[in-house]
Design a protein around this ligand. Structure first.
Ligand SMILES: Nc1ncnc2c1ncn2[C@@H]1O[C@H](COP(=O)(O)OP(=O)(O)OP(=O)(O)O)[C@@H](O)[C@H]1O
Length: 361
C-alpha cells in the first residue's frame, strides 16, 4: 500500500496535545515528508517548556504512524520556536526612544560609523534556523578574536534574547543612544529588548523603516569588524529597507534542503540580487540527522537540494549544519553550541574562519 501525506495527516489529526487540541488542528506539524514507507516531520512547540512536555505526544504520534500499514520508519523531532520571553520587570527604566517612529529622510546607503562589514543573515521562509545560524556564527567569530555585533531585526519573532541568554532592557544614559548588551563576546541588540510583546506585528512599512534606522544609527555599536543582522524571514519591508538603505557587505541565505524552503530561498536570493546586495553564499541547515541512540544518519528534509541550488545560482554552499537536538536545546538555554568545543561548533568555526580569510569579518 502506498502511503500519502493525507494518510499521515489523518493519523496525526487523532493525536492530542495536553490542551485537548489535535496536532494538526493546532498547526504544529512542519516539514512532513513521505518517501516510500519513510515518514519524517517536525513537531513545532511554542516554547521550550512545551517541547519538554510534549515528549508523550511525540511518542504517541510515532507509535500510531508505525502501526499504519506501509509505514516502515518514522523520524520525528520536536523543536521549540517561540517568541523570546518578556524582558524581566524592574532594573533600569527603558530608554524613551519610541522605537518604531517614522523614519527621517536619508540620502543613499549608510552603515553605523566604526562598523567595517555588515552581513545580513536571511532566509526565504521562517523556522529554517536563520536565528540559530546568526547566533552561532556571531559567537564563532568572537571566538576567533573578531569584534562582532549581532542585530536581531526579526521584528515578528525576535529570538536572540533567548538564544544568546540575555534579556534586559538596554541602558540609555543620555536618552538618545542605546547601549547594546554583551553576551558570549558578542555586542548584541534586539528589537525584542525594546518593544512590549505583540506590539511590533502591527507596524507597517514606514514604522519598520524608522525602527531599523534607529537600531542601526542610535545603538552605540562601537568599533566592529562585522555586524551580523538576523533578518525576519521572507522578502518584506524590513529586508527591502535594509537592502536599500544600508551598506550591506553581503547576505548569507539559510535554507533547509526541503523543496519548499529552497523555492523561498531562491526568492530571497533574487531579492538581494535586485537590490545589488552580493549573496555571499548559502547555508544548509538541518542537513542530516544522526540518531543519538543508534547513530543512524537520516536526511529528514531531503538531501543534496541546497548544494544543487547553490550550483545553479552560482553561489557557494558555505556550510552544512546537522539537525541536532543539542543545537535546539542550547539555543533555548541561551548558550549557542558554537560557544563550546565539540562537533557542532566545528562547522561554525570553519564558516567564521572562511569569512575572516575572505576579508568579510
Ligand atoms: N540544526 C538544528 N538542529 C536542531 N534544531 C534546530 C537547528 N536549527 C534550528 N533549530 C531549532 O529550530 C527552531 C527554529 O530555528 P530558528 O529560530 O533559528 O529559525 P528562524 O529561521 O530564525 O525562524 P524565524 O525566522 O521564523 O524566527 C528553533 O527551535 C531552533 O532551536
Amino acid at each position: 500500500m502506498t502511503i500519502t501525506q493525507d494518510d499521515i495527516t489523518a493519523v496525526l489529526r487523532q493525536v492530542r496535545l495536553p490542551d485537548g487540541s489535535s496536532l494538526v488542528e493546532a498547526d504544529r506539524i512542519r516539514a512532513l515528508s513521505v518517501t516510500g514507507g519513510k515518514v519524517s516531520f517536525v513537531i513545532e512547540a511554542p516554547d521550550a517548556a512545551a517541547a519538554r512536555d510534549w515528549t508523550a505526544v511525540e511518542a504517541e504520534a510515532k507509535a500510531r504512524l508505525l502501526a499504519l500499514e506501509g509505514v516502515e520508519t518514522v523520524s520525528v523531532v520536536t523543536t521549540a520556536h517561540g517568541p523570546a520571553g518578556r524582558a524581566p520587570a524592574g532594573g533600569s527604566t527603558p530608554p524613551d526612544l519610541k522605537i518604531g517612529r517614522h523614519p527621517t529622510p536619508q540620502q543613499g546607503k549608510t552603515k553605523p560609523a566604526g562598523v567595517r562589514n555588515v552581513i545580513a543573515i536571511a532566509s526565504g521562509k521562517g523556522g529554517v534556523g536563520k536565528s540559530t545560524v546568526a547566533a552561532n556564527l556571531a559567537v564563532a567569530l568572537a571566538r576567533l578574536g573578531r569584534r562582532v555585533g549581532l542585530l536581531d531585526a526579526d521584528i515578528y519573532g525576535p529570538s536572540q534574547p533567548r538564544m544568546m541568554g540575555v534579556n534586559r532592557r538596554p541602558a540609555s544614559p543620555d536618552g538618545k543612544t542605546i547601549e547594546p548588551l554583551h553576551a558570549h563576546g558578542v555586542t548584541l541588540m534586539s528589537i525584542g529588548f525594546m518593544i512590549p510583546d505583540g506590539e511590533a506585528v502591527v507596524w507597517r512599512g514606514p514604522m519598520l523603516m524608522g525602527a531599523m534606522q534607529q537600531m542601526l544609527g542610535q545603538v552605540a555599536w562601537g568599533e566592529l569588524d562585522v555586524l551580523l543582522i538576523d533578518m525576519p524571514p521572507g522578502t518584506g519591508d524590513v529586508q527591502l529597507t535594509l537592502g536599500q538603505k544600508t551598506e550591506l557587505t553581503g547576505a548569507l541565505v539559510v535554507s533547509t534542503p526541503q523543496d519548499v524552503a529552497l523555492i523561498d530561498a531562491r526568492r530571497g536570493i533574487s531579492m538581494f540580487q535586485k537590490l545589488n546586495v552580493p549573496v555571499l553564499g548559502l547555508i544548509e541547515n538541518m542537513s542530516t540527522y544522526v540518531c543519538p541512540n543508534c547513530g543512524h544518519e537520516a536526511h529528514i528534509f531531503g538531501h543534496g537540494g541546497v548544494a544543487a541550488e547553490a550550483e545553479a545560482l552560482g553561489v557557494p554552499l558555505l556550510a552544512q549544519l546537522p539537525l541536532a537536538l543539542e543545537a535546539r536545546v542550547s539555543g533555548d538555554e541561551g548558550r549557542p553550541v558554537a560557544a563550546d568545543d565539540g562537533p557542532l561548533a566545528e562547522p561554525y568555526l570553519q564558516l567564521a574562519d572562511r569569512l575572516v580569510k575572505g576579508g568579510l569579518a
